[in-house]
Design a protein around this ligand. Structure first.
Ligand code: ADP
Length: 301
């Protein structure tokens, strides 16, 4: 499988496509709109970070992409699978073969009474991998994530970082196209967090897996080429990073923040911009040669 598939204009072909995604949780008469028309595209082989305040809808987005939660409206496609319309059998097949998932709680990722090898063997067994080669395949995966020495240990006998790396080996066991990680470094100190991030990065670079990682940790989000910010159930901004080499040979990371425009042309103006110019319900848009200006309504107030 190629690491990335390129389309005609040179960009990576999308592996993940969410369009106007809505997820409403209903509790009796109370409705909570966890996703309110979210748009997101992730290229095959890309690694992105998803950031945003608590309650913004990040976990709901991951649950939809994991095939664990069904969107209320909108479109979500991963590697050609339409996640809005899966039968039970398709959902199971999707979860077993297309996605891998790593959670924040190190203990919840692994079965406590199985060794690291036993944990990695489980998804291999479910996928029908022959018994006689399972242990060897599990050892290969543990070696690839740098925890070969933990093969015979139970989760309780491993450090938090070793547990998370084992969890990544479990998530990668069936060769998923998409690896989802929800705050995978949230319980780790910064040095261990770097190691776990490095393991995710290696899965992306060496195995060509597409990685979506939800994180509060700037040390993680600052190292990926694209960070998507989710706010009120929608993507609000994207930050793109590229490395530039200056004349003196020093490499510098240039980060540029962009507002996200949906298909209907809607752009969210950040609160601080609105407050600075007292922009309220009505604004004037002016098309100029190379920009669109947004001006306060002088008749307001
Ligand atoms: P984040 O991961 O960004 O913190 P979540 O996706 O967990 O956000 O939650 C988004 C919103 O949806 C929140 O208001 C949350 O309370 C609500 N929510 C999430 N899951 C459920 C659920 N199972 N039932 C009801 N409300 C939920």
């Amino acid at each position: 499988m190629p690491a990335t598939t390129q389309d005609a204009d040179g960009g990576a072909r999308p592996l993940v496509e969410c369009e106007s995604l809505v997820r409403i949780h209903q509790h009796g008469t109370v409705e909570v709109q966890a996703l309110q028309g979210l748009d997101l595209t992730v290229g095959a082989g890309e690694m992105i970070a998803v950031v945003g305040p608590s309650g913004a809808g990040k976990s709901t987005l991951l649950a939809v992409l994991a095939g664990a939660d069904r969107p209320t409206a909108g479109r979500a496609r991963v590697d050609g699978w339409d996640l809005t319309d899966l039968t039970r059998a398709q959902r199971l097949a999707y979860r077993r073969s297309v996605v891998g998932f790593v959670r924040q709680q190190t203990a919840r990722n692994l079965v406590p009474y199985l060794t690291a090898r036993g944990n990695v063997e489980q998804p291999l067994a479910l996928a029908g991998h022959p018994r006689r080669t399972r242990a060897a395949r599990a050892d290969e995966l543990l070696d690839a994530v740098g925890v070969a020495s933990c093969a015979d240990r139970l989760p309780a006998q491993m450090s938090g970082g070793e547990q998370q790396r084992t969890a990544i080996a479990v998530a990668l066991a069936n060769g998923p196209r998409l690896l989802l990680a929800d705050e995978p470094t949230g319980e780790l100190d910064s040095a261990t967090a770097q190691e776990v991030f490095g393991t995710l990065r290696a899965a992306q670079r060496e195995a060509g897996v597409t990685v979506v990682v939800v994180t509060h940790d700037p040390a993680v989000s600052d190292q990926v080429e694209r960070t998507v910010a989710v706010r009120d159930g929608r993507t609000s901004t994207e930050t793109l990073r590229r490395t530039e080499v200056a004349d003196d040979g020093a490499a510098r990371v240039i980060a540029q923040e962009y507002a996200v425009m949906d298909r209907a042309g809607r752009v969210q103006v950040p609160r601080e911009y609105r407050e600075a110019l007292a922009l309220t319900r009505r604004v004037r848009l002016a098309l100029e040669a190379d920009r669109v200006s947004l001006l306060p309504d002088r008749q307001a107030g």
